[in-house]
Design a protein around this ligand. Structure first.
Ligand code: DX5
Ligand code: ZN
Length: 223
């Protein structure tokens, strides 16, 4: 089963972004998870499309862009230089016309993802599977790093994996985002998650360096 690591860039040292990106390169992470928030869909403002475009210029690590913004279809043209290795994920709760919005993401030539808040049921995506490469299961309520996992979301991972396999969409990758700690990562792996967003409770934990923590997380999810 595919197991990939996507460190959350809102957890890097923002005064030393390039230094941390070089550490993430040394750690051989698979993606860089970039959270963009608008203080409307979630009560916070974090990284920006300009940040994405700047990161794109200094590293070849594929980008895993998580749009936590209202009407994300209106902001897609701000991105430059994305390609088929990159992922752009939008929230199904953030637009009235999710299928149209996903089609607009597809036009960027990237991998297309949808994200579900902890309280959003899986049936919200069952008619979108043809449009998707990735589904993010939010394991915390979105908006901040350092939050506690919502326990019910663990079963949601397994239920989604079963739903995808039963409907013939086993290639869609399940991404888990929020409090992906060393402890929770094991359960998430057992439930069938493919992409792990490592943030303050794993890759950027004070327990070790970025390279050490990434190695530890990889050992857990690949066990
Ligand atoms: C939360 C973001 C997450 C967050 C993860 O809204 O989508 O990517 O940065 O941070 P931790 O791992 O600390 O929950
Ligand atoms: Zn995120």
């Amino acid at each position: 089963m595919i197991r990939k690591i996507s460190p959350s860039m809102m957890c890097v040292d923002l005064m030393n972004v390039e230094r941390d990106i070089r550490s993430l390169e040394a750690a051989q992470v698979d993606y860089l998870h970039i959270d963009i928030m608008d203080n409307h869909f979630v009560p916070n403002i974090t990284l920006s499309t300009d940040f994405v475009n700047s990161v794109r210029e200094i590293t070849d690590i594929p980008l895993d862009i998580h749009l936590m913004i209202e009407n994300p279809e209106n902001s897609l043209l701000a991105f430059k230089g994305l390609d088929a290795n990159d992922i752009v994920c939008i929230h199904c709760e953030a637009t009235r016309h999710i299928q149209r919005a996903l089609s607009m993401v597809r036009e960027l030539g990237v991998k297309v993802g949808v994200s579900l808040n902890p309280g959003t049921p899986l049936y919200m995506v069952e008619d979108l599977l043809e449009d998707l490469d990735v589904i993010i299961i939010m394991t915390v309520n979105p908006g901040f790093a350092g939050q506690k996992l919502v326990p019910a979301t663990l079963d949601k991972i397994r239920n989604l994996r079963n739903m995808l396999d039963e409907r013939g969409y086993g290639d869609i990758l399940i991404e888990v985002d929020g409090n992906v700690s060393f402890e929770h990562a094991k359960s998430m792996s057992e439930m069938g998650a493919n992409i792990y967003v490592g943030g303050s409770s794993s890759i950027f934990s004070k327990e070790g360096t970025i390279v050490e923590n990434t190695r530890k997380l990889r050992e857990i999810i690949q066990a």
